[in-house]
Write a protein that binds this ligand. Structure first.
Ligand SMILES: Nc1ncnc2c1ncn2[C@@H]1O[C@H](COP(=O)(O)OP(=O)(O)OP(=O)(O)O)[C@@H](O)[C@H]1O
Length: 615
């Protein structure tokens, strides 16, 4: 079962999931777990059997040869079992945590990279991701130890049964007594586990908050504001409060555990004391041989150990299984879009067919009103469209819908008359070259950042051409290693840092390299200096030649070279037409344009009070 919220998996399902994961990665691990179970019970059993055999042999007066043979055989068996245990423990310890952590990291990495963007962005999913991440963070995490937890539980149960049988054969009353006290222990521990489970969700939320605050405090991107606005004490205060709340909850769990263990210790003392007294009574009254006395005496002590072991390992296993559920809930969130075979698309280097929007609307998850509603639009192949509008009008949302990152919550978008959801998601993405406002650089060289390919697959001539067109060539040619210069200093010591405008040029070069039939530029010149910006405007026709282009900008003068301007306002297309048409119409576009153009008079910045009014 897999839903975004509240999915659960049975204990059996989680155990078999973990076992299959280990079996596929290294079958020897599970074989060693089975060996651990058998040897874990057999080894102590042989140890407590040995004194009985020695005493029985002595009291029976066996020959020295037979004595040596039977004791020697036991000693040999002990040595063999002990070696088997060491080997099994070694293999299990070596691989249990490592395998599952690596497998989960690989699977989650694949999930992050391939899931729908809309799902990736949703806050609910991010919380599931944090929970899953915490569940698999270290190789000491319970989720990675399910094979070991399971084998320990089995070993304790097997030991409990075996030793119980030994005790039963000597005197059934003792086992009855031991079983009743075990039941009481179980109840005490169940209470502790209930507290743990009841507080789990809340503890997880508090951990999530701590994690977030820590992340914010160490990210350089927020570091400037934290220092200049003196946010340190505010963030510290938040951290302290959340930490105090988290510690309080953890203490509740620890107190429950402590009470359970105290009651376990008190009961063990009573139970074992009474059982030993009974044994001594049987021995004194000749109702038990010395050999059996030694055996059962030791068995009662060990029996208590098996019992506590069952309680402890079942509690650990339960915890591991609920963490495994966290991981699986995250991994099993389904994609919304079509990732399977889709409707046939024409090859990427031709103009795409017309894109049509009919009554398209979009409401963000958890938002109380739609960001966009009732959008009707026909985009002709090769058309150059500009999108303008105020902050928060929905321009970026519009282009995310258009290129399939979001699925409309109402209406439909078609490409060549076919609903875009019918195309394979990744084939559809291939139609778009995009430059978004937030630019991400990858920890490879400049050429790789542009081609988005390995060096062997990169066309360096094309990289150079795109660098020229985007205006970044001057910078790159001045670097010692040119386009082989590494980026992202966090990863590479010899990497360089690009300024905001240079990053924007690099993003444009990346979009040009992809050379997809639709090019979408979301404020691609916002960080550029006036000369670089004007070069991009002059080259716009060349950059978008033979492509459909969508251009978002707040600089209204820059949209004049587009065939059509869409003015987004009030959740829809409020005005549509060429620059001249919209100016003649005298609506909000014209108003915005006039306000903006007021700043620029014969190359000088107006300093009148209108400017202050607008600031
Ligand atoms: N991931 C999101 N979840 C919820 N609401 C969002 C999300 N992204 C944007 N919004 C909201 O949707 C509205 C439109 O945002 P969008 O980014 O599309 O505006 P925009 O026109 O591109 O704005 P700007 O000119 O400031 O870049 C805003 O009110 C914003 O708060």
């Amino acid at each position: 079962m897999s839903t975004e919220k509240g999915a659960t998996y049975s204990a059996w399902s989680n155990i078999s999931y973990a076992m299959r994961l280990h079996w596929r990665a290294r079958p020897l691990t599970l074989i060693c777990c089975v060996i651990s179970v058998l040897v874990g019970v057999g080894l102590p059993f042989v140890s407590i059997l040995m004194p009985k055999i020695v005493i029985d042999n002595i009291t029976a007066g066996v020959t020295p040869g037979r004595f040596i043979l039977s004791v020697g055989a036991m000693a040999l068996l002990l040595a063999l079992l002990s070696s088997a245990k060491s080997y099994a423990d070694l293999i299990t310890n070596e691989s249990v945590g490592t395998i599952s952590i690596l497998k989960h990291l690989q699977t989650t990495m694949h999930k992050h990279l391939n899931m729908d963007f809309e799902v990736l962005e949703s806050p609910g999913y991010a919380k599931l991701g944090e929970k899953a991440w915490r569940a698999m963070q270290s190789n000491h995490s319970p989720a990675s130890n399910i094979p070991r937890n399971t084998s320990q539980l089995l070993m304790n149960v097997l030991g409990f049964v075996t030793y119980g049988m030994v005790i039963v054969t000597v005197h059934p009353l003792i086992i009855l007594f031991l079983a009743v006290s075990a039941g009481i222990n179980w109840l005490a521990l169940s209470r502790a586990r209930k507290i743990e489970m009841a507080t789990r969700e809340e503890r997880s939320k508090l951990h999530g908050k701590l994690w977030y605050i820590q992340k914010v405090s160490k990210e350089p991107s927020g570091g400037k504001d934290i220092r200049l606005y003196d946010l340190g004490s505010l963030i510290n205060g938040m951290f302290r409060n959340v930490l105090a709340a988290s510690t309080k909850k953890e203490r509740e769990v620890a107190t429950g555990d402590m009470k359970a263990h105290l009651s376990d210790a008190a009961l063990s003392l009573l139970r074992d004391g009474a059982a030993y007294a009974f044994l001594i009574y049987l021995l004194i009254h000749d109702k038990m041989t010395l050999g059996n006395f030694v055996l059962v005496f030791a068995a009662i002590g060990a029996f208590a150990g098996w019992l506590s072991g069952i309680l402890r390992s079942s509690s650990e296993l339960m915890r591991a299984l609920s963490e495994m559920s966290d991981i699986r809930v995250y991994l099993d969130v389904p994609d919304i879009s079509n990732t399977g075979a889709g409707h046939e698309l024409q090859s990427g280097d031709k103009l795409p067919p017309a894109i049509t929007l009919r009554n398209v609307g979009y409401t963000y998850p958890e938002a109380n009103k739609p960001t966009l509603t009732g959008i009707d639009l026909d985009i002709k192949p090769g058309e150059r469209i500009a999108i303008v509008g105020g902050n928060g009008a929905g321009k970026t949302t519009f282009i995310k819908l258009l290129c399939g990152l979001y699925k409309p919550t109402s209406g439909e978008i078609t490409l060549g008359g076919v609903d875009i959801t019918r195309y394979n998601r990744d084939e559809f993405f291939a139609l778009f070259s995009t430059v978004f406002q937030d630019i991400h650089l990858f920890c490879c060289d400049i050429a790789g950042n542009i081609s988005q390919q390995s060096p062997e697959k990169t066309d360096y001539g094309k990289v150079k051409k795109c660098l020229e067109m985007s205006g970044l060539m001057d910078k790159v040619s001045g670097l010692e290693k040119g386009e082989s210069t590494l980026l992202v200093r966090r990863v590479h010591n010899d990497a360089i840092e690009l300024s905001g405008g240079e990053q924007q040029k690099l993003a444009l070069a990346r979009a040009l390299y992809k050379d997809a039939p639709v090019i979408i530029l979301d404020e691609p010149t916002a960080a550029l200096d006036p000369i670089a910006e004007s070069e991009i405007y002059q080259r716009y026709a060349e950059l978008t030649a033979g492509k459909t282009s969508i251009y978002i900008s707040h600089r209204l003068a820059s949209t004049r070279f587009c065939d059509r301007i869409l003015f987004i306002d009030g959740g829809g297309i409020a005005e549509c037409g060429t620059h001249d048409e919209l100016m003649r119409h005298g609506g909000k576009y014209a108003e915005m344009f006039n306000v903006q153009s007021h700043y620029y008079k014969d190359g000088e910045v107006s300093e009148n009070e209108d400017a202050l009014h607008l600031a």
